[in-house]
Design a protein around this ligand. Structure first.
Ligand SMILES: Nc1ncnc2c1ncn2[C@@H]1O[C@H](COP(=O)(O)OP(=O)(O)O)[C@@H](O)[C@H]1O
Ligand SMILES: [Mg+2]
Length: 386
């Protein structure tokens, strides 16, 4: 039996084109021009895929996505493709956040449309869209607090100790230092190789990720600061990359830049958890207060944000309880002070978690990821991909 596809699109030309193309690909097509009516068709028509336009009367594309994903019906996991024009980049990010599986930016060549729908259906039948991976973003309240150290070691602990399929993304595009921390050579493939390509897809990402010691896959930052612009120039490159990665991995760990530009904000809004790394000093406390306020303004749900006090056992004259009082929030995680291990790990290019993990730092990071994993539960979007 032919797979049935529901197209919800306001623009009559586009609706017609999608319809004809899909029909020529052998699909059975249902169409609607209205969001609410589209949701009713989804309820009764049991399509295999929904293609929904970003802007619609009644309920827009993001609203339709949220409604389907939020429903108790068995079809609530139906693959959804958000269809948009390049100008609707904001919708794109919101759509991915709401749970869309793919974004189609028009104009799209008919062959590409059919290829994408085919790939999506293949993934469904292999069970791959049964869930989605979690994005864990790490943000330093100021430079030098240990954000990169914690992000890298947390990713390794997830991959090596918890056996989760994990990707580590260096989101510090201009001065990313994962190459140095992990002792990789400057010529390693990077995010630049992804954004230089005309279309970003899973195959491309798979061939760009650098395997690290059979524990995790890395998406490295551009090799030089001036090339970073190629990524951040289109603020939504990162969003589309993360949209793919979270279907390929159980966890996507992102080491963020401190600068709150659009790329960083996209990652923050897409993440399932934002870990704010801080130390117990006045500059950090001030920045955390400002950051929490900014995140609130941006509509980031409070429960997505957790504070991590690094070097918590170091004496600074400010204890964890004082820090909590100062920022008006609980510190959810504490990482012990272990300068010797941290710095030897760094200078030797072998992170602490690659060792036996019996040091204070190793233990603290492991217990941190165990808590995170327990809270977020096992989502295995890509168990079949290798
Ligand atoms: N828990 C820790 N205990 C002691 N030193 C640490 C700890 N975490 C990180 N460091 C050290 O702090 C310095 C800055 O770490 P880094 O991860 O580069 O910070 P950031 O990414 O926030 O700039 C490094 O020398 C690192 O070894
Ligand atoms: Mg860093």
């Amino acid at each position: 039996m032919a797979s049935r596809i529901l197209v919800i699109e306001e623009n009559a030309d586009l609706r017609h084109t999608l319809w004809k193309t899909l029909e020529s690909g052998g699909y059975e097509v249902m169409v609607s021009s209205d969001g609410l009516q589209g949701v009713r068709l989804w309820e009764h028509g049991h399509p295999s895929v929904v293609i929904v336009g970003a802007t619609l009367p009644g309920l827009d594309g993001v609203g339709v996505t949220a409604k389907i994903r939020g429903s108790d019906a068995p079809g609530s996991r139906t693959p959804i493709v958000l269809s948009t024009t390049a100008a609707d980049t904001e919708q794109k990010v919101r759509g991915l956040r709401a749970g869309a599986d793919d974004v189609l930016v028009h104009p799209v060549h008919p062959d590409e449309l059919l290829a994408r729908i085919g790939a999506l259906l293949a993934r469904v039948s292999s069970g791959e869209t049964g869930g989605r991976g979690r994005i864990l973003a790490f943000y330093g309240a100021k430079g030098g607090v240990g954000t990169t150290t914690i992000a890298i070691n947390a990713a390794i602990a997830l991959g090596r100790e918890l056996k989760r399929k994990t990707a580590l993304v260096d989101g510090k595009l201009q001065f990313g230092d994962h190459r140095v921390f992990l002792d990789l050579d400057a010529g390693s493939r990077s995010i630049i190789d992804v954004v230089r390509s005309a279309t970003i897809d899973e195959d491309l990402l798979r061939s760009t990720m650098v395997r690290y010691s059979s524990a995790i896959d890395l998406l490295l930052a551009p090799p030089t600061p001036e090339t970073a612009e190629l990524v951040s120039g289109d603020a939504h490159h990162m969003a589309s990359i993360l949209g793919h990665l979270r279907r390929m991995y159980e966890y996507v760990v992102v080491d963020l830049d401190q600068h709150l530009d659009e790329t960083t904000l996209d990652v923050i809004t897409m993440s399932d958890r934002l870990f704010v790394i801080m130390t117990a000093d006045l500059a950090c406390l001030k920045n955390v207060r400002l950051l929490l306020h900014a995140l609130d303004q941006l509509g980031v749900p409070e429960e997505h944000v957790q504070l991590v006090l690094n070097r918590s056992t170091a004496f600074t004259g400010i204890g964890a309880a004082d820090a909590e009082r100062a920022v008006g929030r609980r510190v959810e995680h504490k990482i012990a002070n272990d300068y010797r291990r941290a710095v030897v790990g760094l200078n030797s290019g072998t992170p602490v978690m690659m060792g036996k993990g019996d040091s204070p730092l190793g233990k603290a990071v492991l217990s941190f990821v165990q808590q995170v994993d327990a809270q977020l539960g096992a989502a295995s979007p890509a168990a079949s991909a290798s």
